[in-house]
Design a protein. Structure first.
Length: 65
């Protein structure tokens, strides 16, 4: 009985270790993507071009109320 319980615990530890590794990989991938996005935005700002351009208003704006 003790041996079977021990085997179950070992199996559970292995399973949780793998799950933790997978979660850590996903976390680091997400952080890397966020960092790359920030770097791209910073480079765009440094060059004077942003990914979001303001709208040009060459005509008078009409609002109705």
């Amino acid at each position: 009985m003790f041996e079977s319980q021990s085997q179950e615990y070992k199996y559970e530890i292995d399973r949780l270790s793998l799950e933790l590794q997978n979660i850590q990989k996903k976390y680091h991938l997400q952080k890397r993507k966020e960092q790359q996005t920030k770097e791209k935005e910073k480079q765009a700002i440094d060059r004077g071009t942003t990914s979001i351009q303001p709208q040009k208003t060459n005509h008078p704006q009409i609002t109705r109320g």
